[in-house]
Design a protein around this ligand. Structure first.
Ligand code: PHB
Length: 390
């Protein structure tokens, strides 16, 4: 080998080593978060809301945490649990995400829980709201809410407001079971009677037959929980069948008078009293800024799903700041105990349960400046998930 050739080889090698080193440095300078959402299918509004909230968070934060660039990979599961599980597996194994997030429906969160446990990947539930979810994996942290948390307040309000006999109507799966159980027991504890417990299927519900049963039972009020996205269709049929005119009061969780659809529901929604953890009309400087920034960027009103997504990003980013970008158990530990002012009000990630503790508001649908809003008129402070107090 000539001396010249030798030098050339060395130079090529050195260049190769340098290129490798800088490639490695680049990879270490960024971290990935894998978000799985129903962007299509019956729960697409949940995906659209959370996607917009994540984009707003990234724009406001500059997309950096713990000194690293944060890359968010958004995947569409169309609301199908087998797809959620497969996408989660790919995000963990191939993309090496430091956290999983999203989860638009309870079955999608439950299907992914074993992957979070096995890979020790923190999993932030931004939407799904059955009480049991946080117990499915020690790596789950929730920034949405639980149905027991929001159902008790409206039960107490009803009992105190001359409502004696109620029929309940819920979607027939996890969160519906929670809503039915916790509303009914709290209402009965306060002296009320639950005359009938009705359920509709999660997929393609037909409200006509159950509304006929409600009419026949003639209760003082109908209590309803349906997942985000079904409220407008239900409200339309409630009005068309004249149940409001028949003197049956409608009470609900705020999933039914969802800010995503509320403004298009019309007069039938006016006066509906409900309880929930977020209203776009929540009167605080933090929320006014959130709603204005969100609407400017997304061109629609944020709902409670958007806030779950926005706060979920906050929890992940602050935890990455604390671990300087490391994942696994340290990242999970840094999520526990976070206490902050959300657009919804003050919130805490309970270090023991990994679930969210938050204020729950009693609200009434009113027309404000020509638009329909859930106007808060009473507050239950710092409510823990009652599903875990047994
Ligand atoms: C759920 O599947 O856990 C869920 C979905 C939408 C809601 C509430 C709960 O509005």
């Amino acid at each position: 080998m000539t001396r010249r050739h030798h030098l050339f080889t060395l130079a090529t090698l050195a260049a190769g080593v340098l290129a490798l080193a800088s490639g490695a440095a680049r990879a270490e300078d960024s971290v990935k978060i894998g978000v799985i959402l129903p962007m299509t299918g019956p729960s697409a509004s949940t995906g659209r809301q959370i996607d917009a909230a994540i984009k707003l968070w990234l724009a406001q934060s500059g997309g950096k945490a713990g000194g690293k660039k944060v890359e968010v990979l958004i995947k569409d599961d169309a609301g199908v649990a087998d797809t959620t599980r497969r996408l989660a597996q790919e995000l963990v194994v191939n993309d090496k995400v430091v956290a999983l997030a999203g989860f638009g429906l309870t079955p999608l969160a439950l299907a992914t829980a074993p992957i979070a446990t096995q890979s020790k990947t923190p999993m932030v539930v931004m939407a799904a709201a059955t009480s049991i979810i946080t117990e499915a994996s020690p790596f789950i942290v929730r920034t949405s809410f639980t149905l027991p948390q929001v159902s008790i307040g409206i039960a107490e309000w009803a009992a105190k407001n001359k409502i004696r006999k109620v029929v309940t109507l819920v979607a027939d799966y996890g969160p519906g079971n929670d809503a039915e159980k916790f509303f009914s027991s709290q209402f009965q504890l306060n002296g009320g009677t639950v005359a009938e417990k009705l359920r509709t299927p999660l997929r393609s519900p037909d409200f006509a037959p159950v509304l006929q049963k409600v009419r026949d039972a003639a209760p003082d009020a109908l209590f309803v929980f349906l997942p985000s996205g079904q409220g407008a269709q239900f409200m339309k049929q409630f009005g068309e069948r004249g149940l409001d005119k028949a003197g049956i009061k409608l009470i609900a969780t705020g999933d039914v008078t969802d800010d995503d659809q509320l403004n298009d529901m019309g007069d039938v929604a006016l006066g509906v009293v409900n309880s929930h953890h977020y209203s776009a009309a929540h009167n605080s400087p933090a929320n006014k800024k959130f709603v204005a920034d969100f609407q400017a960027a997304a061109k629609f009103r944020p709902n409670f799903m958007a806030v779950g997504g926005y706060d979920g990003m906050r929890v992940i980013f602050k935890a990455l700041d604390a671990t300087k970008g490391a994942g696994g158990e340290p990242l999970l530990a840094a999520m526990k105990g976070q206490l902050f002012e959300s657009p919804r009000g003050p919130v805490l990630i309970d270090a023991q349960t990994r679930d969210i503790v938050q204020d729950v508001y009693i609200r009434k649908v009113e027309r404000v400046n020509g638009q329909l809003y859930n106007v808060e008129f009473d507050t239950l402070k710092a409510v823990k998930d009652p599903g875990k107090l047994k």
